[in-house]
Write a new protein. Structure first.
Length: 202
């Protein structure tokens, strides 16, 4: 059963309280777990990628290629002959930059790759070759997973979807007040006012 946004209380959500330990890393690790357990569904809803059953799928977090190139989530697809990469850059509490995304993209310039920016910031203009997925989009897409292996998975994923919906809907998509980030608002309560300030001052 999906709980409505009005009924869910973030303070009572296990997923939300665990996530507060390290917001971006938590979401990245949760998506890794989700992908490992539901690879076909995860890749299909996130980026419309359909993979055959004979493809080996590997999910890795914090993949370090150099001091300045550390990927949040790297997905490797291998059929025994060809290798393809999917790079997901997760920006929940930090603000994305074109420079960083292009640098990551250049690392894979000779490889078949898909690049996805997952961000709380609305309508960020990504470089050519990148796809933008908002957290609001993510919740909508994950809601399309048709079935789960067991009730435990269903509970965790449903709770995660509901938490993401509340967070995404709390974050304003537009603002007309120049100094509104100095005011106390609901973003303080869920620990996300700092990324809003970064967005408003960018």
């Amino acid at each position: 059963m999906v709980v409505t946004e009005k009924e869910i209380n973030l303070q009572n959500s296990a997923i939300y309280n665990i996530s507060m330990c390290s917001l971006e890393n938590f979401h990245t690790c949760f998506l890794k777990w989700l992908g490992q357990n539901y690879p076909h569904q995860f890749l299909n809803v996130l980026s419309n990628i359909n993979i055959p059953d004979n493809i080996n799928v590997k999910f890795e977090t914090q993949v370090r290629y150099s001091k300045d190139t550390i990927l949040d989530l790297q997905i490797t697809l291998n059929d025994g002959q060809k290798t393809e990469f999917i790079v997901i850059e997760n920006k929940l509490k930090s603000y994305p930059t074109q420079e960083q995304l292009i640098k990551y993209q250049n690392h894979f310039k000779d490889k078949k790759s898909t690049f996805i920016l997952l961000s709380l910031v609305p309508n960020f203009e990504v470089p050519n070759g990148w796809q933008y997925v908002s957290y609001k989009n993510l919740a909508e897409k994950l809601s399309q997973i048709p079935e789960f292996k067991n009730q435990y998975d269903e509970f965790l994923i449903t709770d995660y979807i509901n938490v993401v919906k509340v967070i995404a809907n709390t974050f304003p998509e537009t603002s007309t007040q120049q100094y509104d980030f100095y005011e106390t608002n609901k973003l303080d309560e869920i620990g996300l006012k700092d990324i809003y300030v970064k967005w408003r001052t960018s």
